[in-house]
Design a protein around this ligand. Structure first.
Ligand code: KG4
Length: 333
């Protein structure tokens, strides 16, 4: 089955073609240069940019796969969660080409794409597994039982992990998106220099909270004079990153132990963070838990993971009605 995957939930316009689970093309147009001067995603600019990019991005995905639209068997598109205006561009475009080309359409949950993105790799996990999905919009832990059954075990109560990285970067006058810049500064910093708080919440809770940590970084930063701030930048980044990584890993391992699962999969844009990847891998090794993480281009938003999630959802539930609409909050689990 040839599947066209379309993703426009936030600030990346992406399209990919899969032959079952094999990638034939994977095209992405990033909006980072548009949003960087505002220090975050501006929803109105994001949807306008999707409008301009969606046709060339889809066309390019077909060209690279050496296919035409008539060859496609299924159109899979992100239906939610995300920014409503951004989602509407991709979903409406997908509906239109589904209608005129008579190709079935399947709307998928963006989170299912992140959970399943590991299956784009050759080395695949077996079910059940615990998935930690960390991105600009979410920090969630799922129990994945098969390709279409996921239970939400924990989620953020306020800021997502990536959002915390972005907000701390803005405070420290680092560019957007902040994660890569904070983690680059952290490389030469001391993670124990500043004791930032870890929000473990109630005993056994698998939920996250990062807004207190962000406020703590702000208070610490505001107490420094300019010279101290410059000297301490790397230490602040390393100490902040360590506080995020500690909690993400602690709760993910707890989830695996609570549910008697011995496989952990990492996904979402924040999984590009080297410290998180290495430390989680190390902790899994100590606990004899199998650890999987896709390469960085499959961790960030992409059309291939949406095509893959659509392939499995279509197999189970069939096509999505053209009367369906987008949604802003995940409906998974
Ligand atoms: O999944 P993703 O591409 O899409 C959105 O949710 O928008 O994730 C983007 C997020 C941003 O918040 C970005 O700062 C964060 O992932 N990110 C990182 C790193 N690379 C990207 N966070 C921490 N460390 C990184 N190396």
């Amino acid at each position: 089955m040839l599947i066209l995957g379309i993703e426009t939930s936030c600030d990346d316009t992406a399209a990919a073609i899969l032959d079952n689970d094999r990638i034939l093309s994977n095209v992405l147009s990033s909006q980072d240069t548009i949003h960087t001067k505002f220090g975050g995603v501006v929803p109105e600019l994001a949807s306008r940019s999707h409008l301009q990019s969606i046709y060339p991005v889809i066309k390019e995905s077909l060209v690279r796969a050496k296919l035409c639209l008539v060859d496609i068997d299924l159109i899979s598109v992100t239906q939610g969660p995300g920014l409503m205006g951004s989602l509407l561009v991709g979903f409406s475009f997908a509906k239109a080409i589904s209608q005129v080309s008579n190709i079935p359409l399947v709307g998928v949950d963006h989170m299912a794409g992140h959970i399943l993105s590991i299956f784009l790799e050759d080395h695949k996990p077996s079910f059940p597994f615990i998935a930690l999905v960390v991105s600009g919009g979410t920090s969630s832990i799922y129990l994945a039982e098969n390709f279409t059954t996921f239970s939400l075990l924990g989620r953020t109560r306020d800021d997502a992990a990536g959002e915390a990285f972005d907000k701390v970067a803005k405070l420290l006058h680092l560019p957007y998106p902040g994660g890569p810049h904070v983690s680059r500064e952290a490389l030469t910093g001391n993670p124990e220099a500043v004791k930032f708080p870890r929000a473990w919440l109630e005993a056994e809770s698998l939920d996250f909270s990062f807004s207190g940590l962000k406020t703590s970084v702000m208070n610490h930063y505001n107490q420094q004079n300019r010279q101290e701030r410059d000297l301490q930048l790397q230490d602040i980044c390393a100490s902040f990153q360590e506080a995020v990584v500690d909690v993400l890993i602690g709760k993910t391992i707890l989830a695996a132990e609570k549910h008697g699962v011995n496989t952990i999969v990492l996904g979402g844009g924040v999984s590009s963070n080297q410290r998180l990847r290495e430390e989680l891998e190390q902790r899994c090794r100590e606990k004899e838990i199998a650890f999987f993480v896709p390469r960085p281009e499959y961790c960030t938003d992409n059309g291939a993971m949406i095509a893959l999630a659509g392939y499995y959802k279509f197999g189970k539930s069939g096509k999505t009605s053209l009367h369906d609409d987008v949604y802003s909050r995940s409906q998974l689990g």
